[in-house]
Design a protein around this ligand. Structure first.
Ligand SMILES: Cc1cc2nc3c(=O)[nH]c(=O)nc-3n(C[C@H](O)[C@H](O)[C@H](O)COP(=O)(O)OP(=O)(O)OC[C@H]3O[C@@H](n4cnc5c(N)ncnc54)[C@H](O)[C@@H]3O)c2cc1C
Length: 411
């Protein structure tokens, strides 16, 4: 009997086993993860504002593992691809014919000097874990005015628009509480503008300006002093804060440093960007945030990518060439506060452009434009995540990006 091992039962790993179980006949499939809870991570953004309570973004991991897939509730300690073996923390091993690594990327505040000090959880916060987002809810609840700094340390991070969304939602939250005039909001970023891609950066930069939010661009964070309430850049610029909300550097899983798979300096696995085969291997794939794909690290990307992966994987194990090539398709709602959101849709080659989505000329969603309907789309995503995406069901949206409905003139 052939054996498939999937490491990580988060968004990508769960989708992989749900897609592959029905098509892999008598293969033995094992999925390994030390977590017993599956978190809807996009929900972390809303916890600080009380829109979601922590228990609304958590379900049991096993609820989404299909029948006929063995779940091993233990951490992986090392992959030895030269021997087709996965070493587990309980001392046992798993041998495989095919391996899929889907262990994501995770915030590492300890990697930035001063960030993980005594002020963490008091005046210094992030929202990239449920625990951190919950502590931030308390801090925001007690914040009556002063300097709020929202900071992006560096890319890649999962959901690269999340720090911008947090900034917009904070502006809206203070407005609703009647203290907007008492809060100075600054967005501190290493980028030269609000976002990486020019058209989106112009639109999002304009929105920040219209909401009275200062931008401190080209700021490469060197260290943080939580007691003094200061951020320093490598070129010795200083920014003061009363409350700091940052996004720590994101790193791939720790066990990858002890494994024989090729990784970059942030422990993301080097793969073929079209078919996810790990460099230098014939039977190891890395999907989701764990892979070093030059597109956003996002659940939507994992969803589109795994459609392509599934087709290719079936060809691959039958000894045929993998015909499908992933185009880097990403689709992200961007909350902008006051009950509105924007939507961006792009891939490796095409930057986010204005237009309508998914039906050209009709929508109902609008690209790069603030609308209430886009906000409805963002809030519907939680239901779609639990009920459609994770369970490996199809959406009526093509996994490849299309230019239909997009305005390309002047881009
Ligand atoms: C604040 C925030 C907002 C976001 N908003 C959006 C959004 O609006 N839209 C969107 O599309 N995406 C969003 N995302 C990103 C999305 O959640 C991730 O891109 C997605 O979850 C990636 O899936 P993954 O399977 O690669 O990683 P994960 O879902 O993180 O899963 C990784 C799994 O690997 C497991 N693992 C780790 N180490 C080991 C080990 N040693 N052994 C075994 N298992 C291990 C973990 O326990 C985990 O279950 C957001 C993320 C955050 C943090």
């Amino acid at each position: 009997m052939q054996r498939l091992v999937v490491i990580g039962a988060g968004t990508a790993g769960t989708m992989v086993v749900n897609k592959l179980r029905p098509v892999l006949g008598d293969w033995h499939i094992t999925i390994v993860d030390p977590a017993t809870e599956h978190h809807y991570q996009p929900g972390y953004l809303f916890v600080p504002f009380g829109t979601y309570q922590p228990n609304e973004v958590v379900k049991k991991t096993t609820e989404f593992i299909p029948e006929g897939v063995e779940f091993r509730n233990v951490a992986v300690e090392r992959v030895e691809s030269a021997a087709n073996t996965v070493h587990l923390a309980d001392g046992s091993t798993l041998e495989y014919d095919q391996l899929v690594v889907a262990t994501g990327t995770h915030p590492a505040p300890e990697e930035t000097p001063g960030l993980d000090g005594p002020a963490m959880g008091k005046t210094v916060h992030h929202f990239y874990s449920l625990e951190a987002a919950t502590a931030l809810a308390d801090a925001l609840g007690g914040f009556t005015g002063g300097k709020l700094v929202v900071n992006l340390i560096d890319l890649p991070i999962k959901c690269p628009v999340a720090p911008l969304e947090f900034t917009f939602l904070a502006e809206s939250f203070f407005h609703e509480r009647g203290i907007r005039d008492d809060v100075e909001i600054t967005y501190v970023t290493p980028l030269e503008g609000a976002f990486t891609k020019p058209v989106a950066s112009r639109t999002l930069g304009g929105l920040l300006q219209s909401k009275g939010i200062e931008v401190e661009p080209d700021f490469y964070l060197e260290r943080v002093d939580g007691d003094e309430g200061k951020l320093w850049s490598y070129d010795e610029r200083e920014v003061d804060f009363d409350l700091l909300v940052t996004v720590p550097l994101n790193f791939g899983a720790g066990f990858l440093a002890d494994s024989d798979l090729p990784i970059d300096e942030l422990r993301h696995i080097k793969v073929d960007h079209g078919n996810f085969l790990v460099d230098g291997t014939e039977n190891v794939f890395a999907v989701g945030d764990a892979a070093n794909l030059p597109t956003s690290k996002a659940g939507s990307v994992a969803h589109f990518a795994i459609d392509v992966f599934t087709e290719n994987f079936v060809e691959h194990i039958s000894g045929r060439p993998m015909h499908e090539a992933f185009d880097g398709h990403a689709n992200c709602y961007i909350e902008s506060g006051h009950g509105k959101a924007l939507l961006i849709d792009f891939n490796y080659d095409t930057q986010p452009l204005p237009g309508k989505f998914p039906l050209p000329g009709v929508g109902p969603f609008s690209l790069l434009e603030e609308t209430e309907m886009n906000h409805v789309g963002k809030m519907m995503f939680k239901w779609m995540y639990w009920n459609i995406l994770l369970r490996g069901k199809d959406l009526p949206v093509s996994s490849a990006m299309t230019l239909a409905g997009k305005v390309t003139e002047g881009a």
